[in-house]
Design a binder for this molecule. Structure first.
Ligand code: HSE
Length: 445
């Protein structure tokens, strides 16, 4: 029987999960695939580190190159993370014509195109199911399941750390900083939480999904990103009064007739919005109920309609599940000699552009801290009216103590550029005491 020997680089949380689940389910996978799977070599940083699941010392080495270069190893799994050494490892394996499986969203997001081209040049493949939304098989869904669809909308809750923090803030009425600190203590947030709470991890994942769905590579710098640090318990409370829940939402929308596309010299530009921002989601929408560390990706295709994929987006078990699905694909491809049965990425859209943030149209939630004086609301609404931005509702809670009161305004749709200009004027009003806070509102139309 055909045997595939796997070399893994990385024996941390996900790596030890892959080892454990391959031990548990390897025989099942072998009967499903009709081949033998073996994991004889694992490169790790330290042999003595304690692991989520134990790995026998006899399988480990600290020399990653000896794993990649071993002629008996057919398939490499990279679970190191980062974009420097991990890139060297992946490039070395691909240049040897060995297929690579990675869970590394930062690497794929930043260097995907280059690595896919390299895989093609060396007659091999690069698999990355685990790079987006952990255990949810969303890469397969977009690449294979929805191959017959034009994807018009995608909405993703793809960062478990942010979702955990926002869920606790809502349920406990707590503020961002103490909730983050507690999440760090409990191991739900990293000691340096920047990548997660400032939205970059979600942007890597949303960029990968946008690229796959729309056929041109969206670079991390083209994505408008706002994190969850500005969200306060007051915002969560008022959003809830208005019937909304605040989520860190990645949005990918096909935009018909965008100005930048029309102005472009070449005709028929295809514009997409790609953004990651704290967003008010109606409580009646299914994404408002995605809580704790769970991820969800909502996809609308012109044939299939609305679909939802829900599951754990991180962790040793769910991410291992995604890696093992790639092991199955890669092993079958090796068995049948199919170098790129399913290409990692197909650049089918030659005229794609990412919509500039100023052209993004949305509804907005605005929170101001103002002096409770006659005429305050009139001054604010005059600026918004002059900017042609309509107000759909206003709340100014009674019984507030102190010199200032919160003033919450919900807006009708407006381009971001108009909203930004109006905010500059509003923040200069003497009655407005602190910097305005603004979040998007999404109605999923
Ligand atoms: N840190 C990520 C999250 C998991 O919180 O969802 C890895 O991408």
């Amino acid at each position: 029987m055909h045997q595939i020997n796997i070399g893994m680089i990385g024996g941390g949380t996900v790596g030890s999960g892959v080892f454990h689940h391959l031990q548990n389910n390897g025989a099942l996978m072998e009967s499903r695939l009709g081949l033998k799977l073996s994991l004889p070599k694992i490169a790790v940083k330290s042999l003595d580190k304690s692991r989520a699941y134990n790995i026998p010392k006899s399988l480990m080495t600290t020399d990653w190159a000896s794993v990649v270069n071993d002629p008996n190893i057919h398939l490499i799994i990279e679970l190191v993370g980062g974009t420097t050494l991990a890139k060297t490892m992946v490039v070395s394996a691909l240049k040897l014509g060995k297929p690579v499986i990675t869970a590394n969203k930062a690497l794929i997001s930043a260097h995907g195109e280059e690595l896919f081209a390299l895989a093609q040049r060396y007659g091999t493949n690069l698999y990355y199911e685990a790079s987006v939304a952990g255990g949810i098989p969303i890469i397969k869904v977009l690449r294979e399941g929805f191959a017959g669809n034009r994807i018009t909308h995608m909405y993703g809750i793809v960062n478990g750390t942010c979702n955990y923090i926002l869920t606790r803030m809502k349920h406990e009425g707590s503020d961002f900083q103490p909730t983050l600190q507690d999440a760090q203590k409990l191991g739900y947030a990293e000691a340096d939480p920047t990548l997660d709470v400032d939205g970059f991890d979600a942007a890597h994942k949303i960029g990968i999904l946008a690229s796959l769905a729309h056929g041109f590579w969206v670079k991390p710098g083209q994505i408008h990103v706002e994190g969850i640090r500005p969200v306060t318990k007051t915002d969560i409370e008022f959003a809830n009064k208005l019937g909304y829940t605040i989520k860190l939402l990645g949005i990918v929308k096909l935009i018909e007739g965008a100005t930048s596309a029309r102005k472009s010299k070449s005709v028929n530009r295809k514009s997409i919005q790609v953004s990651v921002c704290p967003t008010l989601v109606p409580n009646t929408h299914v994404l408002a109920s995605v809580n704790q560390v769970f991820n969800a990706v909502f996809v609308r295709g012109d044939a299939v309609g609305d679909t939802l994929f829900y599951g754990r987006g991180a962790g040793k078990d769910a991410t291992a599940s995604a890696v093992l699905s790639d092991v199955a694909d890669a092993a079958l491809d090796l068995k049948y000699g199919l170098k790129q049965r399913v290409a990692p990425f197909v650049a089918f859209e030659k005229n794609g552009v990412v919509l500039p943030v100023d052209e993004m149209v949305s509804r907005y939630y605005l929170r101001l801290s103002v002096m409770d004086r006659p005429g305050t609301l009139a001054k604010v609404s005059a600026i918004l009216a002059a900017s042609k931005i309509g107000i759909s509702s206003v709340i100014q809670p009674e019984g507030h103590e102190g010199d200032t009161v919160p003033l919450i305004l919900m807006m009708h749709t407006a381009p971001y550029a108009a909203m930004k200009k109006a905010l500059v004027k509003i923040s200069k009003l003497p009655v407005v005491k602190t910097a305005p806070v603004m979040f998007r509102v999404e109605n999923f139309e």
